[in-house]
Design a protein around this ligand. Sequence first.
Ligand code: PEP
Ligand code: MG
Length: 928
Amino acid sequence: MKWVYLFEEGNKDMRDLLGGKGAGVAEMTRAGLPVPPGFTITTACCNAYYRDDAFPEGMWEQALAALAEIEARTGKRFGDPANPLLVSVRSGAKFSMPGMMDTILNLGINAEVAAGLARLTGDERFALDAHRRFIQMFGRTAKGIGTRQAETAAATGAMADEGAAPDENPFESALDARKRAAGVENDADLTVEDLAKLVEDYRQVYRDALGEDFPEDPRAQLEEAIRAVFRSWMNPRAIAYRKSERIPDDLGTAVNVQSMVFGNMGQDSGTGVAFTRDPITGERKLYGDYLLGAQGEDVVAGIRRTERIDALERDMPRVYAQFEEIAARLEKHYRDVQDLEFTIERGKLWMLQTRAAKRTAEAAINIAVDMVGEGLIEASEAVLRVEPRQVETLLHRRLDPDAEVVEIGRGVPASPGAATGAAVFDADTAEVRGRAGEAVILVRVATDPDDVHGMIAAQGVLTSSGGTASHAALVARMMGKPCVVGADEVEVDLRLRHFTAGGVTVSEGEVFTIDGTTGRILRGAVPTIEPEPSERFLKLLGWADAARRLRVWANADYPRDALKARENGAEGIGLCRTEHMFMEQERLPIVQEMILAPEGDERRRLTFELLPFQRSDFEGILEAMDGLPVVIRLIDPPLHEFLPSYEETLVEVTRLEAGLAAGEATSSGPARPGGEAIPGGADLAAQLAAKRELLAAIGGMREANPMLGLRGCRLGITRPEITEMQVTAIVEAAIAIKRRGGDPHPEIMVPLVGTVAEIRVVRTQLEAVARQVMERAGVEVDYKFGTMIEVPRGALVAGEIAEHTEFFSFGTNDLTQTVFGYSRDDAEGKFLVHYLESGILPDNPFQTIDREGVGRLMRMAVEEGRKARPGLKIGICGEHGGDPRSVEFCHQLGLDYVSCSPFRIPVARLAAAQAAIQEAAASAERDR
Ligand code: PEP
Ligand code: MG
């Protein structure tokens, strides 16, 4: 088995085996660039090391042979004081994990070698400095000195195998003590004698920590260092980073052993990092820093003030010109922005690393589009270069990156963007203050449909409970308002009207800021900046549109959201949730009366009182989307959501009872803001009777599992007058628009269907109503009839259901809830976070479609639905419709469209295009 590759044996396509860094130096070596010779130990070796807890057979011999080759090439010898070879030992995984794993420089130094180095270079100071740095780096990195693990290691004799958070660093303490003794402030002011003493101090630190002497044998050092790099793959930092970046744990890291070049050999030496273009703006110019007379970590450690890369032109014009030329060559070769590391040793430039640069969303877009213009890449490649998830951050108002912030708490980022406003604790106050022009943030434990008018008026929403599929999250995303949910540490006191977080109390009216992109809660006002889709971004989206097959629709309930959606490129409305229209203030009393009315004419009359409201709602949205399909869903949520809560009504009843018993003339006032004031005296008994009646009615409608209860199509079936009223409103709205010369395309959708009989009942009723309305008006409208697939049984019998419907729309919020048996309102706040952290679930299934479970049902429904009705139109309107990985899956399933919140449309357009381009590339690959 070949475990070790000399740099010239590798190339850029070997990242799996050699890691990104190894493949990069290999490619540069092959291209004839100045790269210090070295070799790479493979990622496969790392995995073998973890499997057997030892180097695999033959690896060490191969490493020594490669080392001998390097000795031959450099003319230096490992451990030879007369002409010593020193090496760096660096980690390098397939995907870059900056700063997460270990690196050791200057390896191969011992007392004799250091003396030899001093003679050879004529620079004793340099030799001593390299020596002390090596002891510190090796002690800390390979042996964990100064980390919590080292203490346990010293106590138990066990290996220090985790690079933990630094505690007290005894090397730093020794350095401080030495500087104090010498009476100097800077390392650079230590004399040669001081440095020699410091080397001894460091050896003592090593002895004290580990109970053994520092290893003098360079080969023993190398062996330890390689182990340390392998072990650093599994340090907690690296594991956490992989989790957040979705890098698999079983890739392993390679180890790069490379002959050292020294940037700290005086003022004609130096070291630096540079990007071939600005990674923040994408501007086409070298961007980076360097330091003269310094070694590797000095530049990134931020200890010394670095110079901007262009200043190198002044310091070393010849080297700069060469570097510029190499940078341009590498960028052209890789056809992407490179992140470069270099060292200058006595006027000679050495390249140490090249890799694709990390960049901001803005830079990613600008660079991708520019590179198409420069003929470096194709438009389809440009589309693939931009991360859809990252693009989302560009579409919302965001915190001014230059602003200083004080974080007081954190929650689940539920809807991106930043908002600053005065804290308010109920929807009515939010509405009053918001309408008066004040910026407010609605703070609740959780929101419910009662809060929607407050959310509309607020700049943002903060809840202390709930997850990314909670009511607050869903509605906020749909409205494009920043929202943070599930902030457990935030204590909301609705009675005292304040919240407490991080030891800070924010009272009603006090201004604070939320960042829905990161979940941060910040003190005071933080300036935000408005996004403007740049010309280049629009260009990129144009290319995406040309490439994608999936259509992109929007979830929107209000005409203004529909217009926003259309502006962002929506090609239809995939979900208009009609119940939000019931919540508006002047309608709610009618809705409540209707719900509570006993079956019969009165109930029917009350239901039809809502008709004009609904008709004008639908007219608005159909008009905004003239010429495009609008899926209007019949009423869905449990009716009790429109009623006052049972608990609060019970409190009111109890209070009235107590008042009556005590003969009190007044009560303590409304139990909830906006509730009617309770009159005193004679009216009390009548009030009590009414409240008791209300309580009984609400109590009668209570359910143990409302989400599995009387909702969805069950509601329209048991209360057919609601369906009748809604269908009448939809068809009449379409007729009105048609009469005005418009082109409406309503599609009526039935929620929560699980049996064919349900769909038959609703369809028969609905068609009769629609026919009647059209006949009455003498105008035909083109409407479609379809169903949501959002309970498992609906997916299982999709073939039969398809015979009766013209389209399916996957309601993956409810489908996920019912397939997993997880409450969409509570799971994230209760156990889901733990599940995600402990790896029981790879992803939050309410954010990203669970392909194995939920996805399998979807696939089945698509196949059987289309078999029964070829050409059946199928979309998705659950929250997943705006999640890039879910969009990819929908493409693979062959859906016709995804529907997402208006603000995520560009994200979905990009993700849909990427799925199509990748599919085409894969099929071209197969054909080859
Ligand atoms: C769904 O369940 O996925 C859906 C879109 O409907 P709602 O979120 O309104 O239940
Ligand atoms: Mg649903």
